[in-house]
Design a protein around this ligand. Structure first.
Ligand code: GDP
Length: 367
């Protein structure tokens, strides 16, 4: 494409430079790393949780091995399948009676991690508490995760007076009572097989409150779309990303062109759309994992995608969306801005893909 650029107005360049001025995160966004540490006793469900937040079923070839009793003394790193800068670390088990928290933290290189998730499937034990206190001393963030909640529910649900809410409340109180020595602990009840249930969403909201801006961005982008709520959250973040993306890609292009013009490559928008496609869980890989989890045929989930983006972002779609009549209309209205990154074009594509995801969630009975 020899003609894949547009000359835009002074106004657009001003808006761009204004917006770049206060987004110091923008240039580092692609490079931002997030290191999540998952620790706890062997068998607590660490590896399964690692896989769940990576959106992988336990039997995926890239999944962390589960159900093994092998006790390695080294942290295993699992990169996120589509965001290699998001790294999830399965730390060695802390079950040994000779456990020393300070030594352990040193050995696992605790500086590396942005936060720790201390996982148990039963009561929190002395080692969990000792570890939490040592993490607290080192001024790192940590959260308690009580896993396998689906098992607790299943075990109790046949009882005549079964009340799920009461049961969850009891488990929560019981955990709190075990953790009195840690101050006010943040406890989340989860099932790695049902992220849409229980406290997983609350955990993410808490992390959003407590992580720095660019880190929470990476976190939200990397999570699988496990519910409608998760989708809405992602959509909000992509709205912000639309601008950041435009700068990351566009800033270099503005400078060498005198006369206030801007090179707007189709590629920028295509790449952005592809990011949204993967981020919204519409890729074959994501749908395959979902299909196994919710026990629906893959073909049925694929068929739920009906938009032009159903097979991902292509140059043809972008060219079509930027087709001449659209530009002409926009020019007439004086809103060419609307077609460029940061305007209605990427927002439009994002909304279209969000509809596909909603349909997929509906077929999966997650929405
Ligand atoms: P790790 O040793 O801490 O890494 O624990 P694993 O992830 O290997 O899990 C131990 C066992 O518990 C495996 O058989 C898992 O399938 C099972 N498990 C893990 N998380 C959950 C969960 O949330 N719900 C249920 N029902 N089982 C789980």
């Amino acid at each position: 494409f020899a003609t894949n650029y547009y000359v835009v107005s002074r106004e657009f360049v001003d808006i761009l430079s204004d917006a770049t001025a206060d987004t110091e995160d923008s240039d580092s966004l692609e490079n931002v790393t997030l290191n999540i540490a998952i620790t706890g006793m062997t068998g607590a469900g660490k590896s399964s949780f690692v896989n769940a937040i990576r959106g992988l079923p336990n039997d995926d070839k890239n999944a962390a091995p589960t159900g093994t009793t092998e006790t390695t003394m080294k942290p295993s790193m699992y990169p996120h399948p589509s965001m290699p800068n998001v790294k999830i670390w399965d730390l060695p088990g802390i079950g040994s009676p000779k456990f020393r928290a300070k030594k352990y933290l040193k050995e696992v290189n605790f500086h590396t991690y942005d936060f720790f998730l201390i996982v148990t499937s039963e009561r929190f034990k002395e080692n969990d508490i000792e570890l939490a206190r040592a993490i607290k001393k080192s001024k790192k963030l940590f959260y308690f995760i009580r896993t396998k909640i689906d098992n607790d529910i299943r075990a109790e649900s046949h009882k005549r007076n079964f009340d799920e809410r009461m049961l969850l409340e009891n488990i929560r109180e019981d955990c709190k009572a075990n953790l009195l020595k840690v101050g006010i602990p943040k406890i989340f009840l989860v099932s790695s097989f049902n992220l849409e249930k229980y406290d997983f969403q609350k955990l993410i909201s808490t992390l959003e409150d407590e992580l720095p801006e660019n880190k929470k961005f990476a976190l939200i982008q990397s999570l699988p779309v496990y519910s409608l709520e998760a989708l809405i959250k992602k959509k909000t973040y992509y709205k912000k990303l639309i601008w950041l993306n435009a700068f990351a890609a566009g800033v270099g292009a503005i400078a060498p062109i005198p006369g206030l013009s801007l090179v707007c490559d189709y590629g920028i928008i295509k790449t952005f759309f592809q990011q949204v496609f993967v981020g919204f869980g519409l890729s074959n890989q994501a749908l395959k994992a979902l299909s196994e989890r919710v026990n629906k045929p893959l073909e049925q989930l694929k068929a739920a995608k009906t938009s032009r983006f159903k097979d991902g972002s292509t140059e043809d779609i972008v060219i079509d969306m930027l087709s001449k009549p659209m530009i002409a209309i926009a020019k007439t209205l004086g809103t060419i801005l609307a077609l460029l990154p940061g305007g209605a074009l990427p927002a439009g594509g994002t909304a279209i893909m969000a509809e596909d995801t909603k349909n997929v969630l509906a077929v999966s009975q997650l929405a």
